[in-house]
Design a protein around this ligand. Sequence first.
Ligand SMILES: [Zn+2]
Length: 428
Amino acid sequence: MIRGMAQSYAQLQAKQRFDDLMRFLDGEFQRIPDHRTGNARQYELADVLKAGFAMFSLKSPSLLDFKKQSEPERSNLRTIYRIEGEIPSDNQLRGILDGLDPTFLRLLFAACFKRLEETSVVDEYRYWQRHVIVAIDGVEHFSSTKIHCRGCTIRKHRNGEASYHHAGLAAIILDPDQREVFPLDFEPILREDGAEKNDCERNAARRLCEQLHQRYPQLPMIVVEDALYANAPHIRQITGYGWRYVLNVKPESHRSLERQFAGRRASGQVKEWRMKDEQGRERYYAWVSHLDLCESAADVKVNYLHYEETDKRGKVTRWSWITNLPLSQKTVEKVMRAGRGRWQIESAPQAHRKEVQHELTNCASAAREMKDGPSESAFRSRLQTTPSRYGQEPLVVSVGGEVPRSYLAQVRIRETNKSEPSMTRRKP
Ligand SMILES: [Zn+2]
């Protein structure tokens, strides 16, 4: 009985909060200058942005054709997402948002984060002393073999064909124990960044970290990234800001580390810990401190953690990370969980999307009619973890990709503590 009441109270609060957020967002959208020239403006820019937001807040895998909505659905869209004028169609939405400078939308991340901070939600995400985990990874949000622009990155395929892509690096706050994640920023990966895809991503990562440091100066971070970013310039940048890092490393790309680790093991300097967890999995940690990242960067000293997990059927999975967090039997689990945080939250968005869709009737049917399926892409398969954080389907959109998730994520935060009235959040 009491539990039921608490839940409905929480639900009520969640809706209330969504209204607040939509009102806030509405105001922010109204302030974005219209980039369109000419007089023929059937749609207000703010309405187009709100429609775009609605689409992402519903976590549809592709652009919805809002024109296909039933009358009650359209009415819900208007009421909940505060769309005042006509609801633009899929193509109109794309056409209008394509030309908008994403900087305006990017600034909204910090504005939303401020709201989040004020509710002390951020304190619940402090993972290591005051540090929060910030996972950075690539997201591809446009892919085509036909349509392209000057900014597109190009991928040449073995059969001689080329495909065009837009991608960016997303920075997200997460906690392995929390269901919700919060976007902090989104940095486009540009063609001008370099001839090689890896150069493009590394340059984008440098700019993204500069922005993060500038926009969130009071937020100490533990940067969690994959092996592509485990390089000396990037680590110098991270430590220069006073941040921590947990970066994945691979034997094939970090041979020097492997050799040093083997050498330390041979001389008995590697510490080990083997234990069984509640699920019956065997966990094995092996770690050592103060290795050189590589021969050419002896100034960059790293702590190295190797981790193996053996499930009940005997299947072994291995990971290795470098970190500037101190390693000991007391800390290795925490470091491991930070490093794996990117994977642990994979299942959350799926459940989340289902709830949202139930709330606002079934928009998924319109989405299914869209032909854009997952594009074949080495990039995507490598970056698989990130799109899935936002929902399993790839995001094939134009500009709006970076806007809306933050808001919904904020809205749903209440669900993590259903049994508590929302106004009495515990202080850490
Ligand atoms: Zn393009």
